[in-house]
Design a protein around this ligand. Structure first.
Ligand code: MN
Length: 207
């Protein structure tokens, strides 16, 4: 995966990757070695910040922890966090590392634009979009769905604020599992999210 993303970057193309589970983000971001500092914006119900989960270090439950340790990753901004299984020590470890955590309930209480100042501006940004950051009612086709998540409009507005005020250097969308979703609404939503992100980066008439 790292080699494939290096090849894409060598062509000066923008890597958009579809998972797979969330563990793919680490090998993708390894391909950015030598780049300018990158802020990672994570959409997710879970922090994925455990040092180790069931004996696994480089799995989908700890991917952001290892991403954050890459020399060229300066910060993680996590949006939509809400899982009841979030451990206090993971939250504290993330805050200690200088990351920002925006829980889903705060988004529902205050609206997306309330958090504009907490989002990066003028940075190189990589977006990792775990589909379980969305509410389970619109994205049931995933391994660990969580209620109380983002609506499509909220996610789209976050993407607009992130993609139009920064230089997007890469994007992945992960954790879609079509076998859990006979309606395929999850895949439809995921495609729409990726197209919207591309649209914010390459607006009509500008490229
Ligand atoms: Mn995740």
């Amino acid at each position: 995966m790292t080699e494939a993303v290096r090849a894409i970057r060598a062509k000066k193309a923008l890597p958009f990757t579809m998972g797979g589970d969330h563990s793919v983000t680490f090998p993708i971001l390894r391909a950015f070695e030598g780049s300018r500092p990158i802020t990672v914006v994570q959409f997710d119900a879970h922090m994925d910040y455990r040092d180790e989960a069931m004996g696994v270090r480089y799995g989908h439950g700890n991917v952001l922890r290892w991403v954050r340790e890459l020399d060229w990753v300066e910060k993680v901004v996590a949006i939509g966090i809400r899982s009841l299984r979030t451990r206090q020590e993971d939250y504290e470890a993330s805050r200690r590392d200088g990351n920002t955590v925006i829980p889903a309930w705060d988004v529902h209480a205050h609206g997306v634009d309330h958090f504009a100042a907490d989002l990066p501006e003028g940075r190189d940004v990589y977006v990792t979009f775990d589909i379980d950051g969305m509410d389970a009612s619109v994205a049931p086709g995933t391994g660990t769905p969580e209620v109380g998540g983002l609506s499509y409009e909220q996610a789209r507005r976050f993407l607009e604020l992130v993609c139009t005020r920064n230089r997007l250097v890469g994007f992945d969308l992960v954790e879609v599992n079509p076998s859990f979703d006979p309606t395929q609404i999850t895949a439809l939503l995921s495609a729409q999210i990726m197209i919207e992100a591309m649209g914010f980066v390459f607006p009509r008439g500008k490229n």
